[in-house]
Design a protein around this ligand. Sequence first.
Ligand code: ZN
Ligand code: ZN
Length: 697
Amino acid sequence: MQSIPGLAEEAVIDARERFHEFLRSFRDRNGNYKYRERIRQMITMGQKSLIVEYNDLYIFDTKLARLLIERPDEVLRQASEALREFIESEAPEYAEGIDRFYVRVRALPKTIPLRRLRSEYIGKLVMLEGILVRATPIKEKITKAVFMHCTREQGCHEFEWPPEGELVGEILEKPPACPVCGSSSGTFRLIPEKSKLIDWQRIVLQERPEEIPPGQLPRSIEVVLQDELVDSARPGDRVTIVGVVRVRPDTAKKRAVYDLYIDAIHLEVSQKLLEEVIITREDEERIKALARDPWIHKKIVASIAPAIYGHWDIKEAIALALFGGVPKITPDGTRIRGDIHVLIVGDPGTAKSQLLQYVARIAPRGIYTTGKGATAAGLTAAVIRDKSTGEYYLEAGALVLADGGVAAIDEIDKMRDEDRVAIHEAMEQQTVSIAKAGIVARLNARTTVIAAGNPKFGRYLTNRTLADNINLPVTILSRFDLIFILKDKPNPEEDRRVARHILEVHKDTERVKPEIEPELLKKYISYARRYVRPRLSQEAIQLIEDFYVQMRRMSLESSDGAIPITLRQLEALVRLAEAHARMALRDEVTVEDAEAAVRLMKAFLESAGLDIESGKIDIDIIMTGKPRSKQEKFTRIMEIIEQLESESEEGCARLKEIQRRALSEGIESNIVDEAIRTMRRDGIIYEKSIGCYAIVR
Ligand SMILES: [Zn+2]
Ligand SMILES: [Zn+2]
């Protein structure tokens, strides 16, 4: 952008008058005095900011509008004076009570991409879009300081600083000389109680994850918010900011290298979650045509990572997660998530990472990350201290950044300890709460999690339970709607087919061209998530209910007291069926959709090593690795320890005593030994003295 010839000083001098005229006389298409009306509203609502559409100003006075972009500081100052003048004539007593009026301009003709922001924009007005990733707590900034000047000759007197018409920058400079007596000697002391303060906050705006070129790090820029703009957005929010580009003064280090930052004059939070995927009328026609295809389900599933051979169930589960179910609010106000979470536990060398990368590519608001997280905020959120400024920031992690979209998390078993605690809330209530270093916040994380993890022992051990095989607590495992195990066991026939597929991919990449190209599939998914809200048909309800009841009854009838599927799986079945209907853009969940959901649920249970036909569905075995009977025995043993502990003088239970009492209730010693080992490992009991155990409290 170069300066425009003809925008001379007189134009700037003129700005106040022209702006006043604009507020007074601008009429919209219907002939209404738009800004007179807005100012009236401002006064009734007790606000001090007037929002002006850039386009209106452009229509009214092109030169003034261009001048605003070129020299925003002067024009905005004059605009705010014009606004005050206008309000003074309308409501003088209201104007008197307000220190400063703001003219906030929105919707500039173009957005500057964050990675194009250069020094040529310094001092100019720009519009930026991005995601708010960090925010400091609210601080107070001096806008008008009051100093006390004391000298031996003159005594003490106060004055305001900086002089009328000047603004305080990032740093409050001490006056070089006293404006009252003219002396520069003596002492100058700031009186904060008499100085004028406004709310102040620093945030960091980052490129939206989907805008970052592959393999590049996201760019970000600091933005300063003042007064009414403070706290108008939270980390994770997608925002549009209009502001003046400035350079950060770095008086402390006297460096020649400066950072750019934005002094915001307007901030808007983007409300619609999926609006950033643009769907044209032609796109819509192609999407609807695809949906009419009777083979649409197969086509979509086949279009997910086509270079990876087989794994149809996993791909279908991923497809359903991409479309998602419908979130609901129960009459008592509880929110039931619509997001479907999928976990893939797989041997190293299987195609997990490749699958996840493809997911991030076709998912609206898709993010690919690892369990450790790409930033210090990890998967959820963190309070971080900035090394250079010493300020505390609230920073959003991957699940918050992907709010409204999909987080593809590789190596989820390697997540930070903080995330292990916080991820339950993120996956179920879909929020992230944090309270640290004076920052208290709850951020949205309405995010689908598609994750992969490595087996704990290097390979998946079929004789061990799922929970034993992966380094994740049961409480997190149970948040996943579907879990699949990818085993890498040699099978000559299968190996030959896989090898042939891979070799063909290398020979002729055209052969693995997806049936639906990624760009269109992404639009298709966005369209479905935005517009299609399927409802369960009576037949679908019946089928899901029958399956649920049957599974519960079968495990009840089996002698070893297995715990059947639970309400969690029932909710998952509903989500899966809804997602299956959404894939075909249908508003009704049919029997076929319900059947597909049941089939995938069975595939998950079988994949976890359960024998569906015998009906020994024991969700507890999948999750905790202990059948109920054993768990009951463990609980009983703990009660015995508790009892013995309270009876004994030394305050602990002797092993011999525990074994004797357990045996009298039909629990063998080897079970007692195992229970004690397990409970010690889990930190439930400890060995108080040799062979004598007590409960950890
Ligand atoms: Zn003085
Ligand atoms: Zn299907």
